[in-house]
Design a protein around this ligand. Structure first.
Ligand SMILES: [Fe+2]
Length: 318
């Protein structure tokens, strides 16, 4: 939660016992915007307590055994390859879920917000107004994930095949000896990965936009819980002790994106609560279902990396 810079707004929040709301919501209450009342603010804060206790306490947010192992950087090349394959399946299937979310949006604004993510995923580079690059440097800056912006809008941005997140992932895959047809398809996914991808389509891409918003909140909080940083840490260690020189920009770019996104997630939840009728029980139920899907993915990876060790030992003894 952020503290406002306006002392009058802070005073107003304290006076009405609604501290903890983000500043856009407090400003909206002071300005009597439609839907924004002190009573609703108190109900929201109670709902937030429930979310903290009944949703954000999900085991996969509190402890992810796979990423905890991954960040130590002790993977075999085989384990790294297996991870990239499963992640590539998720990365591609996420496009399907994101497209459904776009189609099922309940407002033009919501549809555009979904398109921002979808278009950026497939290769439209974010344009940050005020941070335009000189023309002579544009080419490299429009697709290299080390250099492309992780904030801004796709509106007026440039499409580049090579800026597609999948293509960034493909760069690592190739370095590991995997070809285009070794990654990204359903047939490459384990049951656990496919369960997660299907839950994403069913919940995140749900025709019932309230289900979609609950799933979306869950997914965003999962992402904000720090798994990108753990993956980057593991890859960096792996690169160091194996001299593999894997290009990590896919992961470092997403970790940069996530760092900026955490506050937005909270603001979006408040906006949703104040401007529509949120069924609190449903929100928590579908959010948990989505996190069960997320957990299936990571726990599947954890089982797979352990199985690879068993297989290796068996081969060594054969
Ligand atoms: Fe992405």
């Amino acid at each position: 939660m952020n503290v406002t810079t306006d002392p009058n707004i802070d005073y107003f929040a304290r006076e009405h016992h609604i501290e903890g709301l983000t500043s856009p919501s407090l400003v909206a209450i002071v300005e009597h915007q439609t839907g924004y009342t002190v009573g609703k603010a108190r109900r929201f804060l109670h709902f937030q307590d429930r979310i903290n206790q009944e949703l954000l306490s999900h085991p996969i947010i509190r402890h992810n055994a796979y990423t905890a192992w991954f960040r130590e950087g002790l993977q075999s090349p085989e384990q790294i390859r297996a991870f990239i394959v499963q992640f590539s399946v998720f990365s591609n299937m996420f496009l399907v879920a994101q497209l459904w979310k776009t189609v099922h949006a309940d407002s033009l604004e919501g549809m555009r917000a979904s398109k921002e993510i979808l278009a950026n995923e497939i290769g439209v580079v974010f344009r940050s107004p005020g941070h335009e690059r000189p023309e002579d440097k544009v080419d490299r800056h429009t697709y290299d994930p080390e250099l492309v912006s992780s904030e801004g809008t796709v509106d007026g941005g440039t499409f580049r095949f090579r800026a597609a997140h999948f293509e960034w992932l493909l760069q690592i895959a190739r370095k590991l000896g995997l070809s285009f047809n070794d990654v990204g398809k359903r047939r490459h996914g384990t049951d656990a990965t496919l369960y997660f991808c299907d839950e994403l389509v069913r919940l995140y891409g749900s025709e019932n936009y309230r289900t979609s918003q609950a799933a979306s909140y869950a997914v965003e909080n999962w992402a904000a819980a720090g798994f990108w940083d753990e993956l980057v840490a593991g890859f960096e260690k792996f690169n160091k002790h194996t001299n593999a020189a894997l290009p990590l920009a896919f992961f470092t770019w997403h970790s940069r994106l996530e760092a900026q996104h955490a506050l937005h997630t909270q603001e979006e939840l408040e906006e949703l609560y104040f401007t529509s009728q949120v069924d609190e029980d449903d929100f928590i139920h579908y959010g948990n279902k989505m996190l069960d899907g997320v957990a299936a993915f990571w726990n599947g990876l954890d089982a797979q990396r352990q199985q690879l060790v068993v297989d290796d030992e068996r081969k060594a003894h054969a």
